[in-house]
Design a protein around this ligand. Structure first.
Ligand code: ACO
Length: 310
């Protein structure tokens, strides 16, 4: 069974309530019908009109948002204005427990969805930063873990430092385990160098990240720095990284920065014909971003994944 089908089945059992702040966007409306019809989750479609109609909630959410952000200089007046925006209203629903998760991004840019999530929902206890994993599913079952593999971070952090990169790697391994059911995540820390074949400060950053990640999670199968071919092709791994428990058989790929990660996932998707969707990791409650080019099916899959994360 494909992962999206598994996630839909799990979501049905979880019975979560997912808020969709782009409630008058046609693909979102259609996806919500499917989600409701198949019993994947309860959905709440927000529009500027529906939000404006609930004066009591607006007051309560404005008070709560003001409390969260006043130390950052947000006035009560500005908080009242912000919660009129379905995106902030939706975030407040999740924050206050009126919904279990949020899916948005068919209209809004990634930054416009991420900023309120980072400001309102914030990082989960113990997490250093919010990042993303792209869940990649290939029809070729010989690649990754029976066709499944994870790319990180392709959405959030433009230029993570070594420590950030290490935390992204650990979070992606957990997403692979918990959401994709990959029992043994094998994490490749990608670079243009394999095990010292090149020297540059960019390579040094990846090497430092490997050391930090080993310190954070000594139990995790994680290795680097590795070029992509050394990470996935056993014969290349045998030449370039002999003895590595990850090289040649990686199923989680951590890119050194957002340029590499974002370009990498789109090449895999568009030229490799691989299906994919993204989830955010490290937020206190699940909120997920769509690509503005998303299909109705993409929205349904992302709602299912969000319900499972919740
Ligand atoms: N984890 C946790 N908190 C974070 C993170 C993070 N990764 N990044 C920023 N924050 C926090 C900040 O600490 C700050 O908190 P505070 O206001 O309480 O002090 C708040 O979020 C806002 O941070 P800023 O640095 O002011 O926000 P910025 O304008 O840099 O925006 C953002 C952050 C939106 C994540 C930005 O880095 C960004 O635009 N990233 C790239 C998004 C993107 O375009 N991705 C590619 C397309 S996606 C696709 O193709 C599928």
């Amino acid at each position: 069974m494909r992962l999206t089908e598994i996630l839909k089945e799990k979501a049905k059992a979880a019975k979560r309530r997912i808020v969709l702040p782009e409630g008058d966007e046609p693909r979102t409306v259609k996806a919500a019908e499917i989600v409701r019809g198949e019993g994947i989750a309860e959905t709440v479609l927000l529009t500027a009109e529906s939000v404006a109609g609930d004066k009591a909630k607006l007051e309560a959410y404005a008070d709560a948002l003001y409390e969260i952000r006043k130390a950052k200089g947000l006035s009560r007046e500005k908080a009242a204005e912000l919660v009129m925006d379905p995106m902030y209203y939706g975030m407040m629903m999740v924050k206050e427990g009126d919904a279990d998760g949020l899916v948005s991004g068919a209209v809004h840019s990634t930054g416009d969805m991420l900023r309120p999530a980072l400001q309102v929902i914030r990082t989960a206890p113990g997490m250093k930063l919010v990042s993303s994993s792209f869940i990649m599913e290939s029809a070729n079952r010989a690649v990754g873990e029976d066709g499944l593999f994870v790319y990180a971070d392709c959405v959030v952090n433009p230029c993570p430092d070594a420590e950030g990169l290490a935390h992204i790697a650990v979070a992606a391994a957990e997403t692979a385990r918990k959401l994709c059911g990959i029992a043994e995540p094998r994490v490749a820390m990608l670079s243009f160098s394999t095990k010292g074949s090149a020297n540059h400060e960019l390579v040094e950053k990846v090497r430092s990240a490997v050391e930090i990640a080993h310190g954070l999670r000594p139990d995790l199968l994680l290795d680097g720095e590795l070029q992509f071919d050394a990470a996935v092709v056993p014969s290349v791994a045998a030449l370039k990284a002999p003895g590595s428990k990850v090289a040649g058989r990686a199923n989680v790929f951590v890119f050194p920065d957002l340029q590499a990660g974002n370009i990498g996932y789109k090449i895999t998707q568009r030229l490799g014909g691989v299906e994919c969707f993204a989830v955010l990791q490290g937020l206190a409650k699940p909120c997920n971003d769509l690509s503005r080019g998303c299909s109705v099916d993409d929205i349904v899959s992302t709602v299912a994944a969000t319900a499972v994360q919740a």
